[in-house]
Design a binder for this molecule. Structure first.
Ligand code: C5P
Length: 232
């Protein structure tokens, strides 16, 4: 986000607009001794192919999917339920009426896009062309504070990579709203590239600007310490 006085003003204006547009509802804050909320966090790795994890993924109380990760045609390996879909403008897809859109903003323009999505439908150009409208239930939208990305980058990733991947941030977010976190579909292919279960990525791009190896090692360490279950 911009760090100048006018940048800050602009940021505040957009955030105010977001709170006017999207209902400011308490969600998932019902932790207590009688609750054991099991969450499936599903990344997009090719290691899901032939995994047969579908039924187990669907068994979670919450099923988080990330970016474009589809279910249709892949049910046996990835399941079919999606209670939450985590996106940013460039990765937005239509989602069901009962799915929570979980929105990560990487830049101020992303927050402006979110407002436009539910009001004027005018913003279609950012760094890349973005969808002018996406089918989503506005009353279920959850906007993650941009400060969360900094927190994850500094506290969990020791500043590895330019910024955390959407998937890694989703895992850490799940710690805040779930009692048990099961992680599927994370991990590069044998050449160290982040592949997808639903498409071939050409050209291969390693893990892009993200600290993919460090993220993965951190997930393994969390598994070792019984903080999550990692299914590969
Ligand atoms: O590729 P995409 O960003 O849509 O994938 C969603 C998330 O899944 C990534 O942000 C990353 O955290 C994780 N991923 C992974 N290994 C892959 C592909 C994706 O860990 N091979």
């Amino acid at each position: 986000m911009q760090n100048t006085r006018s940048g800050w003003k602009d940021y505040k204006r957009v955030v105010d607009k977001i709170f006017q547009t999207i209902p400011d509802k308490e969600m998932h804050r019902d932790a207590g001794p009688e609750r054991c909320r099991v969450c499936s966090v599903v990344g997009n790795s090719g290691n899901l192919i032939n995994s047969h994890y579908g039924p187990m993924i669907d068994d979670g109380d919450f099923v988080f999917r990330i970016n474009r990760g589809p279910t249709k045609g892949f049910e046996q390996d990835v399941g079919s339920r999606t209670t939450h879909r985590v996106i940013y403008p460039e990765s937005a897809v239509d989602m069901g009426n009962s799915t929570h859109m979980v929105f990560f903003a990487f830049k101020l323009a992303d927050l402006k896009w979110l407002v436009s999505l539910f009001t004027t439908h005018t913003i279609k150009q950012q760094n890349k062309v973005v969808k002018i409208t996406t089918k989503a239930n506005m009353s279920l939208v959850m906007v993650v504070s941009p400060g969360f990305m900094k927190y994850v980058h500094h506290q969990w990733l020791n500043k590895h990579g330019r910024y955390p991947s959407t998937g890694f941030m989703t895992v850490i977010m799940a710690f805040h709203i779930c009692d048990k976190v099961r992680v599927y579909g994370f991990g590069a292919d044998k050449d160290g590239n982040w592949n997808h279960y639903f498409e071939r990525i050409r050209p291969a791009y390693k893990t892009g600007i993200h600290g993919g190896t460090f993220e993965y090692v951190t997930l393994k360490e969390l598994q070792k310490r019984n903080k999550l279950e990692l299914y590969e």
